[in-house]
Ligand binder design. Sequence first.
Ligand code: HEM
Length: 507
Amino acid sequence: MILIILVACLSWTGYILACTGRNYRRVWRARPEVPILLSVVSLGEPLWHCLQYLRPATYNDRFSIFFQLHRFQKHSWNFSDKYALHARYGKSFYLVTPTQCEFITADGTVAGEILSRSQSFAKPVGLLRKLDVFGKSLASVEGMDWKRHRRLTVGAFNDQTDRTAWDKALNRAAGVLSTWLEAEAVTSTSSDMAHISMDVLFQACLALNDGSILNRRTLEELVEFRRQCPTVNRTDLISLMLKAECQMDALPEKARDKFYLTPEEVRGNLFLFLFAGHETTANTLVAVIYLLAIFPSWQEWALQEIDHLLRDTRVDELPNYELFRSTKRLRAVMLETLRLYGPVLNILRETKDQGQTVSISNERSLIPKKTKVRINSVALHTDPETWGPDSLEWRPSRWISNNPPEPTSHDRPIPVDESYRTRMERRLFAWSDGARACPGKKFSQVEIVAVLIQLFRNHRVSIIPRPGQTLEQARMEAYERVQNSVLSLTLHIADPEAVRVRWDIRR
Ligand code: HEM
């Protein structure tokens, strides 16, 4: 028996090494200018998937760094690693494992080029097939099909939709706040933000008021209901898609490929937009609220702007949508949170049957065919060369020029020459870039800012210590929780209910 186990282990080791060697040769033949890292850990393989839970008690850092094992044990390895691996091996390198060759980059110029060439660097849509439970969608198709889906869906996310999102978000945030004010300790921030985000999406995608309807009706029933009662002038997502579905018969044969969505694709896209917009926005809002509670001086800094913007708005009046464009500090708080705790850790692409060259340090460098490409957003967002020596610190003022690095007291007026660093946004890949960038970018920004304005216009939030804990300890514990966020489909704070907050009236 022992002999059989021994032979099996040796064969498996030999097989793993042979596969790694084969993949190494594939990259090496392209004579890359960048380092090649070897790892026998193949993420996605069931065995390694199990091993990620078996971190040995006698875990020895030097030993495991040597084998680069612990680094790649989880798909979210780059969230804990930040810029460290790139600081050691360079902005771009290859990671070769038994199952794949991966080109990993934290170089903004290289990332920009890859994302702008969507034909050459395709999205690995196979990974998104899980989302195809209802039918294919924008996120799971490529080439002409992708163009067709994009053309027939993203028109729903226009200025009118953003205004609707603004009003709905203000309205829902006011409702949630009123329940929070009755509670001594609020632990439902995460689920409440998820409800707000779902309701806002329901309004935009289905022109329906209430996201909880999904608990009572299936997605198929909702689509069927709207198919039976078409709305002529509406531009919400489902109306646009059903119009494309209805018009099919009237279209000439040639145009059918371009302007038609099948009933499965209508359902698939509806599911995708609800799914893609829901967690991402809600997780960001939870992180923002917790960080503002953890760092009261940054909260005061943001409140200063809200008070300034709403100085002419009556207490019972809803803040105007036009205010969105005037926000600087609130947007800074949102972008700084996305920089460090954005829900999407990597932007993935791949080369197909042809190698592709990219410009690395002004030299054209070949990325071999069938190579995975990972734009390491976490590393890009924590590179000290781009963001400064305090790149790991949550410091919203880095987005504002003419602003002191430390928050100023609430009584001091906002400097008149304070301006938002628009160009810095180009270094942020939270919503990706290029043709396949997130179509919900502006929509999510509007929603996040609206929720924050409504929550903080008359109130402030603070962390509640547990019995026997000082406020400082409670804040540090909550901060650790944010810093140790975990990845399931998107990055989120683990057990967010463990953070207890209180909302108080401030004026
Ligand atoms: C803070 C909020 C959000 C973040 C950080 C975010 C981020 C992203 C990222 C990084 C991608 C991948 C792009 C790529 O592969 O290049 C993406 C794709 C996508 N997002 Fe978002 N997103 C957010 C909110 C939303 C919202 C509100 C919606 C819907 C209204 C949405 C719908 C989509 C869709 C449909 C795609 C697929 C696009 C395609 O493949 O062409 N997202 N998002």
